[in-house]
Design a protein around this ligand. Sequence first.
Ligand code: FE2
Length: 263
Amino acid sequence: MVLNALKFTMKTKASERFQPFNITKKWKKWMAVSCSHGDHIDPEARDAVLSFQSRFRPDTTIHLGDFVDMAAARGGAMSDPNAADRAASVADDLAAGVDFLQELKPQHILYGNHEDRLFKLANSPNALAAHAATIVIQEIEATAKKLKARTYEYDIRSNYTLGGHKFLHGYMFNMAAIRDHAETFGNCIMGHLHRVGQEPGRTLQSATAYCVGMLMKFDASYAKTRRATLAWSQGFGYGYYTDTQITVNLCERKPNNPWMLPL
Ligand SMILES: [Fe+2]
């Protein structure tokens, strides 16, 4: 008798633990990528995310920023006549960045610190540089308009919110930066750091930041001497959302590993 009662209790508890939800009716799908960096994009990474996207069929796709590199517009490249990236092609970078956006067809395009170089330069006292930067911005905005994508400026107060989580490019840059973003923004999904990871914040209200990694090549020239680049990884984020909830999954590819796509 006692045994039967125990069995019944265990059965009830197990069934309570398993509570499937109906994804098809209530939940929608999202996907986010970041840091493709124009013609620095890794063709294998581009193929991997586009192939996952075609099978996962997200309702909402987000590019979290740095879809162009604009090395020649870097402050140091502008001021130092001997800087190597002063000669980096703006046309090749822009063409590759726009091509990838047209393939990905995101509904939301966030500007990162690399696009922000253009907005800073557009206000430069150097009239030729300001004119060139303005033309590049116009081409990017025309692409976004064609895609019917909304753009977001690189500003700490500007972000896209989905399922109660903020989507942003990222601002701080150090080994504790994922945690710093959780503590600054609350629950958020970001790029910027070029490494896949997730960290909780040390806050009374629970908050986690997720970094989706990058899509650029591991052997970019500016990765040659910076130790932090040894921690870089490629990847993307995806999951399901409602108006108030979101699930977050991260797919990571480390250097020399194959892409192991979840679908
Ligand atoms: Fe980046």
